[in-house]
Structure formats: C-alpha cells, structure tokens
Design a protein around this ligand. Sequence first.
Ligand SMILES: Cc1cc2nc3c(=O)[nH]c(=O)nc-3n(C[C@H](O)[C@H](O)[C@H](O)COP(=O)(O)OP(=O)(O)OC[C@H]3O[C@@H](n4cnc5c(N)ncnc54)[C@H](O)[C@@H]3O)c2cc1C
Length: 475
Amino acid sequence: MTTTQDPRKTHTEVDVAVIGSGIGGLSAAALLAHRGYSVTLCESHTTPGGAAHGFERDGFHFESGPSFFTGLSVEQSTNPLRLVLDQIGEQVEAVSYDHWNFHFPEGLFISSTDEKRYHEQLAKYASEKGMQEWRRLEERMIRPPKPEDIHKPFASLVDQELSDPFLRNLCDFDAFSLSGMDAAGTPLAEMHFMFRERFKASVDYPIGGSQAVVNALVRGLRKHGGKLVLGAHVDSVIVEAGRAVGIKLRRGGTVRARRAVISNAAVWNTMSLLPRGAVPDAYRIESMSAPQAESIVHLHLGIDATGLREDLEIHHVVLKSWDVTAPQNMCNISIPSTLDPGMAPAGHHAIHAYTAGNEPYALWEDLKPKSAAYQAMKEERAEVLWRAMEKVIPDVRARTKLALVGSPLTHERFLRKHRGTYGAAYRADEGRVFPGTETPLPGLFCCGDSTLPGVGVPAVAMSALITAGAVDAAA
Ligand SMILES: Cc1cc2nc3c(=O)[nH]c(=O)nc-3n(C[C@H](O)[C@H](O)[C@H](O)COP(=O)(O)OP(=O)(O)OC[C@H]3O[C@@H](n4cnc5c(N)ncnc54)[C@H](O)[C@@H]3O)c2cc1C
C-alpha cells in the first residue's frame, strides 16, 4: 500500500479496491491480501458484515441475518466459507448441533443431520412409495450433476422422481429456504450442495454469532496487510480509458486500484456507481432489471428465559401453509443464546424471528419512518412473527423485555440493499443464470449474492473464491 492514511480524506493507491464488507467482499479482500496484493475495502456502514453484521442492545446480541452455518467445527469441510477461512489461516469457534424444528401444516418435523432420524421424520408424513422415490432422488442429488444440468431447475428432477405430495412440498420448502425461490426457480446445482451436505456436514453455531465469522474474515484481511475502512460510502467507480481504476468516496478521497475494483454491492447498487457509458447500455438495462426477491420483516426479542426447557432448540421454522412462497407464510426463528449463552444477559434469551424474503417492499415504500402509519404497519406485519414465536414459547409476549421490529426500509438502510431485497432471484425455469464475476468493464469484478452461485453464506464465499481467482489470473 503506498499510503496508510484514511482514504476518506486522502488519495491512496493499492492493487485492489473492494466496495462492501458482506461475507463475499470480506472473503475476496482477505483472499487477495493473503495472496500478496495490497487491498483496501471500503464499507458504507460503521460495522462490517453486511447481512451478517451483529448489533447489541441492552446486553442482548442480535444478528441481522444468517445464523445457520455448516462445516465450521469439523477438521475438514468442503463448505466454501470454510475453504476461505482455511486459506487465510483463520478459525471460528463453534458449537455443533444435530437437529432443529419445522412446524409444518401436518405437524412437527424434526430435521436432523442423522440420516436414519431424518428418514424416520419423512416417513411420518410420506407414503411408503414416496420414501422409495425419495431415496432415488437422494441418490441422484448426491452425485455431481452433469455440466449440462447445472442450471436446470431443481423441479425438473423432482417432477421426474417424486409423486408423493408431502415430499414434493418439502422440495419447494427446501429450495425456497435456500434460494428465496421455489423448486422450479432454484437451479439444480444449488440444491445439489444441500443434498450432498445434509448428512455429512457439521451444523454449527459460531460462538459470538455471525459477527464472529465476520470478525475472523476481518482479522484475516488485516493480518495480511489489507485495510478495512468503515463509514466509507463509495459514490462511484472511477473509469479511465475504458477501465475501472479506482473508487471515489462520498466523504471525499479516492482509492486508486492498479489491478482491480471488486464490487460486493448488489447488482442494482453496483450499476448506480458506474458513470454513463462505462458499460454497454444493454448490459446496464439488463442488470438494473435483474429479478429480485422481495424483502423481510424482522423481530428481535430479548426475553426472560426463566423456566424454559434447557434443551430448547436454536432453530425453528413455522410454515402456515404449503403455498411456500406466499407472503407472511413462512417464519424463521433463531435463538442463538440456547447454544451460546453469551448472546444474552444471564437468564435471558436473544431471539431473531424473521419472515421469508417475500415481504412486498411496495407495501412500505411510501411510508415515512417514525410516522404513525409506519409504526402501525410494523405492528401489523410483525404480528405473524409473534404468533410463530408462540408456537415455540407460548408465553413469549409476557416474557419480553425488549422488542425491535425491522422493516424492509430498515433492511434497505442497514444492508444497503436495493428495495430491501433478500437477494437476486434469477429463476432457473426462465433460463436465467446468475452472472459470473467478470463484467464488460475491464478491471471491474463483482462478488456476493448477485453473482454465481447465488444467495446464502456458502454461495457468496464461493463467489469470493471465484473472484479472487479471476483477479489473480487477470493480466
Ligand atoms: C434475515 C436473513 C437471514 C439469513 N440467513 C441465512 C442463513 O442462516 N444461512 C445462510 O447461508 N445465509 C443466510 N442468509 C443469506 C446470507 O446472509 C446472504 O446471502 C449473504 O450474507 C450476503 O452476502 P454478500 O457478500 O452478498 O453481501 P451483503 O451482506 O449484501 O453486504 C454487502 C455490503 O456492501 C455494502 N455496500 C453496498 N453499497 C456500498 C457502497 N456504495 N459503498 C460502500 N459499501 C457498500 C453494504 O453496506 C454491505 O455491508 C440470510 C440473509 C438474511 C437477510
């Protein structure tokens, strides 16, 4: 790095400038720093991590996004996040667990990393013939897909193999949980990873929550000489002679990049950083109209845990009906303090309940934060989360010491996500494919959940591995 001063006020020059500190951006930055490149990562917010950042209120530690991680506690794992951590020489302490609960319309389904136990749960709701079909599907799904099948919809295989209604519904549910799309929209390759890992991976909760994963990536970046600048919103990508050569910060200052600029911002946000003419109009229009999942309503609770069972599970999903993609239908619940007591004051639990990524942004977009109408909407749309919580802890309302509702507008503001989206949603059944890391603008690369392979922590870590390789290989 030619200068070590704060680029918010000055002009610095490095090999690689990175926009955004989501898991994808941090991973790409740390990998490239580890490979010997000088790297500066600029993050708009004052906390790193994007969707994976944590925050604290009244002694409760909350997560804004992911809490389901795999492959952290075992000696070796093929999980891309773990591959990144291994390469940069970092570890995350984690507690592993083996089951979690789905409250399906038919009743309780205990999902498990144990094959026999999982199959017993399936057999509670599926026919005998269905179970035979399921085993065939599993066999096909754990084999690596043929290259020509990678982008095909998962539903194409489900339609061939499954007739049992419960199992077909389950496939839609699994696909939706992973990609934000049903089985028809989700590419086979993404589901292949889920099937392959289901009984092989350790399922782990990182001690300190998702922020601990973020912190490990930050450590990895810094120890290899890279720099993370917080509160540094990037206003534009500097383009000279048809090449991305740096970034300009809103507060003044620039970071020039000799080798590459990497954007970890979502595709719509990235396009808004490019000067007119930097990419062909057709590319800009296609990128700006990239399909996107809707948003999320969050409920963060701090509750009194007195008398609750000690073996309360960390994760619960409450599904009202099998119309899986319907708004207000699927609620996810994470109670990390069941495994990491440090997430809440003694005798309490910290809870993150959130809807699936299908809360219509249009319901919220005209509301003024702090207005009475906004407050009323928050109350109305979070009610489904309270009801879902009551399935797990019936007297949760009486136990609550702290309740924070996050809306699509909160999501948009704190995650810098266009229209508060959960992520890009390129549907496999429409022949859409997530774009790769390279862009038509030489020197500009993208990583994160708008790029291949898609949404989710393993996917964005994979995108970072691909991006780091592409930058390394670029002349
Ligand atoms: C509620 C929720 C629960 C989830 N649960 C799970 C789970 O359990 N398991 C799982 O695997 N996945 C889960 N996911 C998905 C997963 O968290 C995301 O797909 C992933 O973290 C996105 O990472 P990313 O690298 O794309 O970056 P993002 O997290 O989107 O971060 C992008 C960063 O770029 C910054 N940025 C944007 N524009 C600028 C700019 N102009 N200047 C500077 N900085 C900028 C933003 O501030 C942000 O920090 C969940 C997501 C959510 C929202």
